[in-house]
Design a protein around this ligand. Sequence first.
Ligand code: BV8
Length: 240
Amino acid sequence: MLETVQGWVHEAQHIAVLTGAGVSAESGVPTFRDAQTGYWAQFRPEDMATEAGFRAHPQRVWDWYQYRRDLLADVEPNAGHHALARFAQQHPGRLTLITQNVDGLHQRAGNTGVLCLHGDIFSNRWLDTPRPCCHLDHAVAGQPPHCDRCGNLVRPGVVWFGEALPWATLQAAEDAARQCDLMLVVGTAGAVYPAAGLAHQARAAGAQVVVLNPAPSALDDTAHALLRGTAGTLLPPLLG
Ligand code: BV8
């Protein structure tokens, strides 16, 4: 099956790649659901990655993001990230990279123009619409940092559950899904929407869909081919 998909990659004029947390697993980054270990095992990520969760427990949620940021400080992009970046550099305009990940590892591997559906864990923004008194660079240190004039809290610049994805990014991702002739779905459980819906859109628009995952996923039924394996072992031979 790998040889067949290599042939599809060779023939495809426009490849859309949708990645999830699994593509960073071989860098040592726990996947979104595996990240809950130790102290954090008692909390559900779906509850913490929400505005309501942050408003109810600002210091807990802020500390959770700091914990994840600290984990990311010591990791490097893996062979899967590098294979995607190399292909994009060698074939300008043929690959659109769409990621659900907030870890920045695709960009650190050299991919540019990454469509980051769920934001960037290393960015911050105000929780409430900032007033003139709110200067992010003057936010008073704390867990979380906040405006010392009006108490506005600083929050991570990611898309929480229940929040809209950045409109232009989602539109670009949907355009790529509908216009590609091959979609590679790499390292995602396919449980989070509207991101997971991109695989369905690609399939419906006539693209060949390939799922790369060591385990079954909710998107397996969209696939014309399933490659059971890890991103770090499959992407280098697949993309050359
Ligand atoms: C929204 C940032 C509406 C935060 C994240 C239908 C349509 C629209 C919405 C919904 C819908 N149904 C439900 C919803 C609501 C919700 C949703 O999808 N809920 C789920 C839980 C059912 N969606 C939303 O709320 C979205 N917003 O729809 O807003 C709206 C519109 C207008 C106005 C207002 C509102 C927002 C969703 C974004 C949430 N934010 N991240 C943060 O990181 O803290 S999502 C977060 O979870 C990640 O970013 C990632 O996207 C997701 C985790 O998924 P995966 O990446 O798949 O990771 P997971 O750990 O689950 O799986 C890892 C996989 O890797 C596994 O399959 C494993 O086998 C594989 N693997 C392991 N090792 C490897 C590997 N694969 C390859 N190689 C390996 N080595």
